[in-house]
Ligand binder design. Structure first.
Ligand SMILES: [Zn+2]
Length: 366
């Protein structure tokens, strides 16, 4: 019965707003007016077939759940999924909750963190600021990529801040023509926020974790908070997500030479490859003695507890690999980091990539 409710709940949420949140042409949001983002990577301009394939995947760690949730009974519900469902239940119990507004917030916020450039903090109270700076430094020297990374934090508090909310509305809401109108709309929304216990306080409104080919990385407080509730260590979760997204930048950068995915005809196969390799490379960095130096037990636990971020939706276009495949990938990364011969040595991205290709059958459990 409960499972039925969950399925219904997910299904309803997908059809009402979650699925829409993933679409490109959403709502009446417009392109930015005062946070223009002009920087385009050289790779984007080259537009090779391969890089196009890769660029279809702006990795979003939360999307797989929502794209095709009704298939989920094939996979067991994890703690992470239960926590998410708890958020949804709280929406149903909130008489001021509005699905359209929730969708509006989700999209507005995603656009904002995509285009925002400026001061940043990480974690609701800046609790990951130092860690973020440290890991960014480490990853920069670890993989030595030829691109500038920008890490944007995403915070539910932004949707409750009059100036920031007005910025978002003025920048992206097509129904608003100027800042005065944006203030008016923001004030109306802030009144609803005051009444509602879940808008926008629910971690759900800062669940983004993605990366784009221009060097942008985004990590939402809500996702970290949810992972902590699922039992993971916040510092490890933050580090793991950052390292995973960072590897996607290596994939963008090497898109012309890492041609193995050309052999895949299905989008989900490409997605699975890209995501499993990012898990593998993240585990390599996280357990490397010149990387984040975590012991394997901790990393294994992180991957186990965050599995619902992985999925069993084999044919979903954002397929991240099954839980077993994700763990295999992580184990392979650890194996490489700890192998006697390579101890202390940091392998170049192309070497890390080659080792993954060599062991792909093992990861896929074929
Ligand atoms: Zn990814």
């Amino acid at each position: 019965m409960k499972k039925k409710f969950y399925c219904w709940c997910i299904g309803m949420l997908i059809s009402t707003f979650l699925f829409l949140a993933c679409s490109e042409e959403e709502f009446s949001l417009k392109d930015p007016v005062f946070h223009p983002y002009l920087e385009q990577s050289v790779h984007q301009l080259k537009r090779l077939q391969l890089s196009l394939k890769i660029q279809q995947f702006s990795c979003d760690l939360t999307t797989p759940y929502f794209n095709d949730g009704l298939d989920m009974p094939a996979c067991q519900f994890t703690d992470f999924a239960r926590i998410l469902l708890g958020y949804f239940e709280s929406f149903f119990n909130d008489k001021y909750f509005d699905f359209e507004l929730a969708q509006y917030y989700t999209e507005l916020h995603r656009k904002y963190v995509t285009h925002y450039r400026g001061e940043n903090y990480y974690g609701a109270n800046g609790e990951y600021d130092q860690l973020a700076a440290k890991r960014m430094r480490e990853l920069t020297s670890f993989w030595n990529l030829d691109r500038k990374m920008v890490l944007n934090g995403q915070h539910t508090a932004s949707l409750d801040d009059r100036e920031i909310l007005t910025d978002m509305i003025e920048s992206f809401d097509r129904s608003v023509r100027n800042r005065t109108e944006a203030y008016r709309k923001a004030d109306e929304l802030l009144e609803i926020n005051m009444l509602s216990p879940s808008l926008p306080e629910s971690p759900y409104f800062a669940m983004d974790a993605f990366t784009l080919p221009n060097g942008l990385l985004v990590i939402g407080d809500g996702l970290i908070e949810t992972l902590i509730e699922a039992g993971t260590d916040g510092q490890i979760a933050f580090s793991a997500i950052l390292a995973h997204e960072w590897w996607h930048q290596a994939q963008y950068e090497n898109a012309e030479t890492w041609t193995e995915i050309d052999e895949y005809s299905e989008t989900w196969q490409v997605s699975r490859f890209i995501e499993l390799e990012a898990d593998y490379a993240a585990a390599y960095f996280l357990t490397h003695k010149r990387g984040a130096t975590y012991n394997w037990k901790k990393i294994e636990e992180y991957f186990r507890l965050s599995f619902n971020v992985g999925d069993c939706l084999m044919e979903s276009n954002t397929h991240h690999g099954t839980p077993t495949q994700r763990m295999n990938a992580a184990e392979l990364g650890f194996e490489l980091a700890s192998s006697e011969k390579k101890k202390g040595m940091i392998l170049r991205p192309d070497e890390v990539h080659a080792f993954f290709i060599k062991n792909l059958d093992k990861v896929l459990d074929l």
